[in-house]
Design a protein around this ligand. Structure first.
Ligand SMILES: C[S@@+](CC[C@H](N)C(=O)[O-])C[C@H]1O[C@@H](n2cnc3c(N)ncnc32)[C@H](O)[C@@H]1O
Length: 401
């Protein structure tokens, strides 16, 4: 599953798109192809000798304020460049000549940050060199390659390809034979790359009211273990099938899944959410603390699981305890007919060495337990749903003293 990102280094709205596409595409397991091109020749064909944001001052004023708001909401550093548009020719040649290199995404991000967060002149070779040096790359060699006749030709051809594809602005995305224009079309483009255009366009239930604000605060504090909306939507539907349900979340984080779980509950439902980190729970409390159905408890899940009373109709296990430790205790808290939901089970780039083996062992352990019905879903980060049919019997004796 591939998604082409067409970007121009001077383009303002390409900055937020470039900074968020990596995480969004990784989560959706879509591969990004980084396609640098030049907007100048395209604008010239339209009869413009400058950016439309300079040619139309009202549009320009709006764009700068809009970009400021987008960056603030996404927790991105922003400083309006003292010169606009900056000449991104050299950076574009580097990017086009090295677009298949594993470092291409990080290089592109660094150049955008230099221009839009640090107000550095990206037309200067030393600025581009510093972006390469920062990645531990041989900047002199890379710049020599980028200024070769072959590299210049490559960028010209890539710009021609952009024109052929009907591209008229940046950022643009090309997915599943279709063009998507603008930073705010990224999600639609990712859905198309995954072959889901119809699904993405289907009407769906409104997200929880607090979700956008929690997402913004989550980015702001740099919390990178948050659940995405696809997981949230599934959790909400499962909870909605448990009227008056008692719900347990292990690993509150900033409260994203908490908001979706609560949104699926009726007025008589109750949700206990536990986490060991008070700093992240503070975000969840700020947005959801007024919901009297929700109780937040801060402490080590390992201790809390041992002293919780009663049974739960749905448990979302999203922390170490309840997944890779204390599974027995956590499953013991599940009511008959209850659902145990675990996420983050498909390989992810930030997994430490050996984590895949732990996931494998967990899934095999669950599969070996009688009384459980299991379904593994290739959804979001990889989700397993376990339904408890009867009473739990310990797993078969494995030998030993
Ligand atoms: C994957 S995040 C949770 C994400 C959250 N459910 C969401 O929807 O965005 C895992 C959380 O587990 C918490 N955690 C890690 N070890 C823990 C432990 N021993 N007990 C309780 N919480 C723990 C971390 O502080 C972190 O917030």
């Amino acid at each position: 599953m591939k998604l082409e990102l067409w970007f121009e280094f001077a383009s303002t709205y390409s900055y937020p798109a470039v900074m968020r596409i990596g995480a969004a595409a990784t989560q959706a397991r879509v591969e990004v192809e980084w396609k640098a091109f030049l907007l100048g020749p395209i604008f010239q064909q339209l009869g413009w000798n400058d950016s439309p944001f300079n040619l139309q001052p009202a549009k320009g004023r709006y764009m700068w304020r809009d970009l400021e708001r987008i960056c603030a909401a996404g927790g991105l550093p922003f400083q309006r460049p003292s010169q606009f548009p900056r000449n991104g020719l050299l950076a574009a040649r580097v990017a086009a000549a090295h677009q298949d290199q594993p470092w291409i995404g990080q290089f592109v991000e660094r150049v955008y940050r230099a221009n839009f967060a640090e107000d550095r002149d990206i037309s200067q070779a030393e600025v581009i060199a510093s972006c390469l040096d920062g990645l531990g790359l041989p900047s002199a060699d890379v710049l020599t390659t980028a200024t070769s006749a072959a590299a210049k030709q490559r960028l010209r051809e890539q710009t021609d390809e952009a024109v052929e594809k009907g591209i008229f602005g940046a950022p643009s995305f090309w997915a599943d034979g279709e063009l998507f224009w603008g930073n705010d079309r990224l999600e639609q483009a990712i859905a198309a790359a995954r072959g889901w255009p119809a699904l993405a366009q289907l009407p769906r239930s409104e997200p929880p009211r607090a979700i956008e604000a929690i997402e913004a605060d989550t980015r702001q504090i740099g919390f990178d273990m948050a659940s995405d909306r696809a997981t949230g939507e599934l959790l909400r539907a499962l909870v909605a099938s448990k009227p008056d349900g008692r719900i347990l979340e292990i690993g509150t984080g900033t409260g994203l899944a908490t908001a979706w779980l609560a949104d699926g509950m009726n007025d008589r439902g109750a949700l206990l959410s536990i986490d060991s980190d008070p700093a992240v729970v503070e975000v969840a409390r700020r947005h959801l603390g007024n919901d009297r159905r929700i109780t937040f408890e801060v402490g080590d899940g390992a201790d809390i699981l041992g002293r919780i009373e009663g049974r739960f109709d749905l448990i979302f296990a999203d922390a170490w305890p309840g997944k890779f430790s204390h599974l027995e205790e956590a499953l013991g808290l599940l009511a008959r007919g209850g659902l145990y939901v675990i996420d983050d089970l498909l390989p992810q780039p930030n997994w430490p060495d050996g984590h895949g083996a732990k996931v494998d062992a967990l899934l095999r352990d669950l599969g070996s337990r009688p009384g459980l019905t299991i379904s593994h879903l290739d959804w979001s980060t990889g989700i397993t749903i376990v339904a408890k049919r009867g009473s739990l019997v310990p797993p078969p004796y494995q030998g030993g003293g």
